[in-house]
Design a protein around this ligand. Structure first.
Ligand code: NAD
Length: 490
């Protein structure tokens, strides 16, 4: 087994396993087999990685390259990700259990992020500000130096690229800590970046556990900024340490997004949108539309159709091209999701469809859970308030606009929301009242690189993607150039 352990790279050295035989085994969620074994980083490796990253930031040709030169390396990374699309998607499928098509989309998104931020890097304009005296004044976006990027397991390679591409474009050196559940893609990303010409030490992946390697990165005096995607409680811990250290954080956290169907909606499209909004990625999506609000006048009709469509979702092995929904990431996570359905039952919820893990045939070997719809709970129930992060939808009726705005906002989260209505004036009104970072109108879960993404309330701080995504990794420096005709007066 040890010979097949994938090492990680620290500067010019390969680290097979720094702490005795410490490794992380990635388990294939579809059948419980070992998908890969990687060397496990330790807090001692963090010290070394930080020193290497600072050396690369200060001394390697990156920060001081012309933006077009930096951009050409980022373009090359994007191109190589495309070339390796299929093999990366296969690895992703083994690590995360996501269906094949979704894995291809993740790699395309990673490639797209490097292409987009190459363009941003090359076209970025610092600001000339209007002077109030005999000088020119300008504001420059400067890198922080060494930043840490910590990612979850639900979208490997895409999440890593979403952070690494803008942070590198801005001139930083990046220390990447992928989730211990899906450690393999970050190592591949580093390899591809180096093969594309990124100088050594500018991007290092440290596969390790959150409580040791993740925490060591956040508290390390050499780390000047932390970009984190993951659960809200972990985000709170990280923000606490960052607060003590007075370093900035970008936090992309959990959600419990409301998905609203008004009585004038195109019901066929709305049902399809609700089904894909919750059961896509087996509900393991921060923006999953997990709280459904349906106007009372159409509630019965809508729910009947929703149950039929939910029963028809094709749950299957990730490599089957017909599969629409694959397994959950781990047995522990599947048990957590099943536990929430039990809680919902004990709170008086009625399970209309699903509510069990398949225990026969090939699916019994993996961590599958059937698409589940629950009704009969109110907004105070735990299954309605807490993020389940699985294929579980809770449905609640509402009276009118005011009622649904109040219910939708009655949550600590504020990541996303969706609504279906034929009335665009209403859509505008409701969209402005909903406390969420993204609102979809007559569509759901659309996302692209050029549009900012992030959360309100406990769903996060800061925005990724778009130009905001580059700003997150920069600090502003103002310059004044004196143009005095005469010596300055006291
Ligand atoms: P998690 O918070 O358990 O872990 C995320 C990462 O943080 C992992 O790499 C983990 O090792 C690390 N970590 C854990 N404890 C740490 C600590 N004390 N210090 C530093 N790092 C630590 O989340 P998860 O289970 O991997 O992912 C699921 C969560 O991520 C969900 O809540 C989901 O909503 C959220 N998420 C949010 C977004 C978004 O953009 N808002 C996107 C994807 C996932």
């Amino acid at each position: 087994m040890q010979s097949s352990v994938k090492p990680f790279r620290l500067g010019s050295q390969w680290r097979t396993a720094s702490d005795g035989d410490a490794v992380i085994s990635s388990i294939n969620p579809a059948d419980g087999s070992v998908a890969g074994v990687v060397a496990r980083a330790t807090p001692r490796d963090v010290d070394e990685a930080v020193a290497i990253a600072w050396d690369a930031f200060r001394n390697k040709p990156w920060r001081k390259l012309r933006p077009d030169q930096r951009a050409s390396i980022l373009y090359e990374i994007s191109r190589r990700l495309k070339i390796e699309r299929e093999s990366l998607a296969r690895l992703q499928m083994l690590d995360s259990g996501k269906p094949w098509k979704e894995c291809l989309n993740m790699v395309d998104s990673a490639s797209g992020h490097f292409r987009y931020y190459a363009a941003v890097c090359e076209t970025w304009q610092n600001e000339m500000t209007s002077p109030r005296g005999e000088y020119f004044s300008m504001a420059l976006a400067e890198p922080f130096g060494v930043i840490a990027a910590i990612t979850p397991w639900n979208s490997p390679i895409m999440n890593e690229a979403q952070k690494a591409a803008p942070a590198l474009a801005a001139g930083n050196a990046v220390l990447l800590k992928p989730s211990e559940e899906t450690p393999q893609l970050a190592l591949e990303l580093v390899r591809i970046c180096m093969e594309a010409g990124l100088p050594e030490g500018l991007l290092t992946a440290l596969p390790g556990y959150g409580e040791d390697v993740g925490a060591a990165l956040v508290s390390h005096p050499g780390v000047r900024m932390v970009s984190f995607t993951g659960g809200t409680e972990t985000g709170r811990l990280i923000a606490r340490t960052a607060g003590e250290r007075l370093i900035p954080v970008g936090l992309e956290l959990g959600g419990k997004s409301p998905h609203i169907v008004f009585e004038d909606a195109d019901l066929e499209r709305a049902v399809a949108g609700v089904v894909s909004g919750i059961f896509g990625s087996a509900g393991q999506s921060c923006v999953a539309g997990s709280r459904l609000f349906v106007q009372k006048s159409i509630y019965g009709r809508f729910m009947k159709e929703l149950v039929t469509r939910s029963q028809a979702v094709r749950v299957g092995l990730p490599d089957d091209p017909n599969t629409q929904m694959g397994p959950l990431v781990s047995r522990t996570h599947r048990d957590k999701v099943a536990g929430y359905v039990d809680i919902a039952r004990s709170e008086g919820g009625k399970v209309l469809v699903g509510g069990y893990a398949p225990d026969e045939g090939p699916l019994a070997r993996g961590w599958f859970y059937m698409p589940t719809v629950i009704e009969g709970l109110d907004n105070k129930a735990r299954a309605v308030r807490e993020e389940i992060f699985g294929p579980v939808l809770v449905a609640l009726p509402f009276e009118d606009e005011d009622d649904v705005i109040a219910q939708a906002n009655d949550t600590p989260y504020g990541l996303a929301a969706g609504m279906w209505t034929a009335n665009y004036a209403r859509a505008w009104r409701v969209a402005r009242e909903i406390e969420a970072g993204s609102v979809w109108i007559n569509t759901y879960k659309q996302s692209h690189i050029a549009t900012p993404f992030g959360g309100f309330k406990e769903s996060g701080i800061g925005r990724e993607k778009g130009l905001h995504g580059l700003r997150l990794y920069t600090q502003v420096k103002s310059l004044y150039w004196g143009m005095h005709e005469k010596p300055m007066e006291l």
